[in-house]
Design a protein around this ligand. Structure first.
Ligand SMILES: Cc1cc2nc3c(=O)[nH]c(=O)nc-3n(C[C@H](O)[C@H](O)[C@H](O)COP(=O)(O)OP(=O)(O)OC[C@H]3O[C@@H](n4cnc5c(N)ncnc54)[C@H](O)[C@@H]3O)c2cc1C
Length: 352
């Protein structure tokens, strides 16, 4: 099989770039291990209170994409072709690496092995069922995902005891202290017990804090600790394109450094922006335009980085917004996200 542009990975970055290219009439193939795109922003609520989003956070690539889609993983990349896990090879003129990141400690956030929508729905349903019978839930890790998960569970299941254990002295590392304090107060109002400077580790059926010696016996525990770049298919021939964190090194125009006709963006790339879906989508829009200009012999400006912004829900009614100049808990602003966790906004942006 041959294509002008091969896009590896159908997350926010890959779908955005593939759509821009295909709509310009450029022959584009997107390959992904899954058969569906998922709005990650919504999955924590899918676990805590599935009726809210009603399965709308996932859509088949076949329905979403304008160009071609192949349901398989890339096993090995070479200079002008990719070998797939199904045994096929695809030859390309240009390749876009958009393979993102995995969340090995927390497959509910990004699935490790649900490659079809049905399997993913079932996986999320099973987590929901576990939570429904749990009296005590432990969440390890007080970053954005841990904070949101604690808020979603405490809000939707008010009789469940939720403990959030964080190994630092403030939640939401890297956020302004005002945002950290507001999120803490909101979680505590929902009844979440927050433990700071705690390092709980599983020992048999128990979780022991190696700092204090405290022992917890949760019915369900989740570790929201750390993502890993999906770079396995680059290890053999292109290890030199990776930085020490395993991210693909790119220049200002999102070309892979030292590798002609290779581009990278989103969570897998060292773009110098926060690892966020809305930024991956912005990068995809830019790169789609850039590649299409390049094919027409036109030059493009470099990618302009965006300031960090985050809307972090703590349950279905409250949350914290950190914008370039303010930190706020203003309901009207947060409701823009609370309405459907940006599911319809994301699909609108990716379809047009
Ligand atoms: C629970 C959760 C909540 C989040 N909430 C927000 C939020 O509110 N706002 C925000 O902006 N960001 C949020 N994020 C971050 C956001 O999801 C990521 O930044 C975003 O998913 C990155 O997009 P991407 O396209 O770079 O990579 P990914 O979304 O990781 O997509 C990569 C794709 O590549 C595929 N793939 C990987 N390896 C291969 C291979 N070898 N062959 C073929 N396909 C492959 C994967 O199956 C996947 O579909 C959240 C993340 C999580 C986990």
């Amino acid at each position: 099989m041959k294509t002008q542009v091969l896009v590896i990975g159908g997350g926010f970055a890959g779908v955005a770039v593939a759509q821009k290219l295909a709509k310009q009439g450029i022959d584009t193939v997107l390959v992904d291990r899954k058969d569906y795109f998922e709005v990650t922003y919504a999955v924590l609520r899918d676990v805590a209170d599935p009726k809210q989003n009603n399965g709308n956070a996932r859509q088949y690539y076949q329905q979403l994409l304008t160009g071609r889609f192949i349901h398989s993983g890339v096993q090995q990349l070479s200079h002008n072709s990719a070998m797939l896990e199904n045994g096929d090879s695809i030859h390309f003129e240009k390749v876009v690496i958009a393979s993102g990141s995995s969340y090995p400690s927390l497959p509910l956030a990004k699935s490790s092995n649900a490659i079809s929508i049905d399997a993913r729905n079932q996986e999320l349903h099973q987590y929901h069922q576990q939570l429904q019978t749990a009296k005590q839930v432990l969440i390890i890790g007080g970053g954005v995902v841990g904070v949101e998960l604690a808020g979603e569970i405490a809000y939707a299941m008010p009789t469940t005891n939720v403990t959030l254990a964080h190994n630092g002295h403030a939640l939401l590392d890297g956020f302004r202290s005002k945002a950290q304090a507001k999120a803490l107060a909101q979680l505590q109002r929902l009844g979440v017990e927050v433990k700071f400077n705690a390092r709980y580790q599983q020992q048999g059926e128990h979780y022991v804090d190696s700092n204090s010696g405290d022992v917890l016996r949760p019915d369900v525990a989740f570790a929201a600790t750390g993502v890993r770049p999906n770079n396995q298919f680059l290890q053999q021939q292109f290890a030199h394109t990776l930085n020490p964190q395993g991210l693909v090194k790119v220049d200002k125009q999102l070309s892979v450094i030292g590798q002609d006709n290779f581009y990278a963006l989103g969570d897998i790339a060292d773009v110098g922006e926060a690892k966020l879906g809305y930024l991956a989508l912005e990068q995809g829009n830019y790169l789609g335009k850039r590649i299409s200009n390049q094919l027409k012999g036109k030059r493009s400006k470099g990618y302009s980085r965006h300031p960090f912004m985050a809307l972090v829900p703590t349950g279905q009614e409250t949350g914290v917004a950190q914008l370039p100049f303010i930190t706020t808990t203003w309901r009207t602003l947060l409701n823009m996200k609370q309405k459907d966790l940006f599911i319809s906004k994301t699909f609108n942006e990716l379809s047009h």
